[in-house]
Ligand binder design. Structure first.
Ligand code: ADP
Length: 207
């Protein structure tokens, strides 16, 4: 089983993913399942180096939109080959902090590249591997920003209009992806959100 978490920065992905993974390992289906967590981009030696470039480059290293998209894809291709496919093949549960959906939204909907082209490159990079269940945490960008304090990275320090574009992109793409993507109201207590995620995971297995 392959889960992913997505949404704009500050919606609570890290917080919810930690609780969720603990629950998956300890309690889900009686406990004892091995849970592999990863972050996209990242979680391989190559992916972490690419992540560093993507999140910290400044004017001295310009990154064109298309190059940026392909760097994300390269990191993801490595993640799929080196971590995700082997883990799934071994019967482990995989939980990824972000995945292709984010690339489609950031570089496509909000970044100006053709959305369908990003999806197509994504299929090549992942060899068609997509999560069984994606949790899209959704809330107003202004409220998410307040939660973040000063910790914005290069990508999301671009202003309110940009973050609103991201939010709408996520919602539009989620609507197209159907019932594998669950839009979760993230402007609630940590426990309320977590309970909803667990209920969804339970219903996935009983289906
Ligand atoms: P993300 O990984 O999506 O950027 P984080 O999990 O890092 O989000 O959360 C951003 C900040 O908001 C953290 O300081 C976290 O403690 C806080 N936070 C997370 N979830 C909630 C919540 N449901 N209500 C209030 N604050 C939250």
């Amino acid at each position: 089983m392959f889960f992913s978490f997505d949404g704009i920065d500050g919606v609570g992905k890290t917080t919810q993913m930690q609780l969720f993974c603990h629950w998956l390992a300890e309690e889900w289906q009686g406990g004892g399942r091995e849970v592999v967590t990863c972050r996209d981009p990242g979680s391989t030696p190559l992916g972490e180096r690419v992540r560093e470039i993507l999140l910290t480059s400044d004017e001295s290293t310009p990154i064109a939109a298309r190059s940026e998209m392909l760097l994300y894809m390269a990191a993801r291709a490595q993640l799929v080959e080196q971590v995700i496919r082997p883990a799934l093949a071994a019967g482990k549960v995989v939980v990824s902090d972000r995945y292709l959906l984010a690339n489609v939204v950031y570089q496509g909907y909000a970044g100006g590249l053709e959305v369908s082209a990003v999806r197509d490159v994504g299929r090549v990079a992942t060899k068609g591997l997509s999560p069984d269940c994606t949790f899209l945490l959704d809330m107003s960008p202004a409220a998410a920003l307040e939660r973040m304090g000063e910790q914005l990275d290069r990508v999301e320090s671009r202003g309110d209009e940009y973050r609103e574009l991201l939010r709408q992109g996520f919602l539009q793409e989620a609507a197209l992806l159907g019932d594998k993507v669950h839009v979760i109201a993230a402007d609630r207590s940590i426990d309320e959100i977590q309970n909803e995620l667990r209920d969804i995971a339970k219903s996935q297995v009983s289906n």
